[in-house]
Structure formats: C-alpha cells, structure tokens
Design a protein. Structure first.
Length: 223
C-alpha cells in the first residue's frame, strides 16, 4: 500500500523545492527596496548635514564680524564719554585732568576700568581731589547710562543725592550748570539734593525747595 502525496487545489502536486526560491526572491526584493529607502534617507541626511555645516561656518563668521563691529561701536561711544567727562571735570575743577576709560573684551562682554590722568600721570578716581573728581564722574556716568536706556521702558528721571558733597562751595554752581545743560540736552528731569547754601543754585536751577526741620515736622519753602 502506497501513500499519495498532497495535491494542489488545481490537482497538481506542490513541490517544496520550488517554493523556497520564490520566498527567497520575495525576501531579497523586500531587502533591496529597504536598502533603496535607507540610501535615499542617508542621502537626504547628508545633504542636510552639509547645509548645517555650511550654516555653522557662516554663523561663526557672522558672530565674529558682529563682535568686531560691537567692539568698534563701543570704542566710539567710549571715546565720546572720555571727551565729555574730561570737559566736565575741567569745567568744574578748573584743572588739567583727563578722564580715562580702558575697555577689555572677554567672552563677548566688556569690562571697564576708570581713572584720571593729570600731566601724564594716572590717578585713582576714588582718591583724587578728596572725592570731587568722583562727584563729577558719578553724575556724568549716571546721565550717560540712563540716556542709553529705552525711553518706552525707563523714564528720563534722575535723583542726585548730595552729589556735591565733596565739592568746595564755590565749585557747586559749576556742577549744577553742567547738570542743567545735560538735562535739557537729554530731556531729563533731575532733582538734586544738597546741604550747600541754596543761593549756590539760584543761577541754574529751575525750582528750589528748602526743607527746614521744625520740631517733629519739616517745613518746605519754595524759593
């Protein structure tokens, strides 16, 4: 008695030896398609990488150029600051003093070192003239800093509390004169608080208020 092999639906016998190559061919075709897909993705990725590399190289060049431009502009502004504050010191103190501001740039930030120069000799701002140089420079630097701020966010208003404390009385009107001129030019409102004689402010102040202690109260007079 012999056993018959299974028959295909159409009456023919299936041959396993014929089925194997067909399956392998299908697998190979699928792998070829996947390879083409991966090759396409790799090409696209390489193109994007090339563009990104070129952009980064350009970005570095742009950053370096902007840094150089920023330093140049900063030096120009600093030059104006040196000139104006030197004039202010000379007007108030009537001495041949030059204001110096030396800048150094590190990691995109600038640091400043202030000093004054007299007859070619450098002096410490905090020690010169018993504080009078510092009085004048402090006013100028505050006005300059506030003038650089956005007017939409910062009101042009400055309070100077005893900014003339180290000045001799005869020098006070000169400082008030400079502050008055700068305030009008920059469109600033400035309030100066001082213990000096109110008569020293008559010539340049728009309004003068005198505060006098009376017992536990303070009397205010408009002069």
């Amino acid at each position: 008695m012999t056993a018959d092999s299974p028959s295909a639906p159409n009456g023919t016998s299936e041959n396993p030896a014929l089925k194997a190559p067909v399956a392998l061919r299908r697998t190979l075709d699928r792998m070829r398609w996947q390879r083409e897909q991966l090759q396409g993705e790799l090409k696209t990725t390489n193109e994007k990488l090339t563009q990104a590399t070129a952009y980064l190289e350009l970005a570095d060049q742009v950053t370096d150029t902007l840094d150089e431009l920023s330093q140049t502009l900063f030096e120009q502004v600093l030059g104006v600051l040196r000139e104006k504050l030197s004039i202010a010191i000379q007007e108030v103190l009537e001495q041949p003093v030059m204001f110096r501001a030396d800048a150094s740039f590190k990691r995109g930030a600038a640091s400043l070192e202030f000093s004054v120069e007299r007859n070619g000799n450098q002096e410490d701002v905090n020690r010169g003239q018993g504080g009078s140089v510092q009085n004048v420079l402090s006013v100028g630097l505050r006005l300059f800093a506030l003038a650089r701020l956005d007017e939409n966010e910062h009101r042009r208003f400055l309070i100077l509390d005893e900014q003339d404390c180290w000045l001799r009385p005869e020098l006070v009107p000169r400082l008030v004169n400079i502050v008055s001129r700068a305030a009008k030019e920059l469109n600033f409102q400035v309030i100066m608080i001082s213990h000096h004689d109110v008569n020293l402010f008559d010539q340049y102040a728009d309004k003068i208020y005198q505060f006098d202690p009376v017992g536990d109260q303070v009397m205010v007079q408009t002069l």
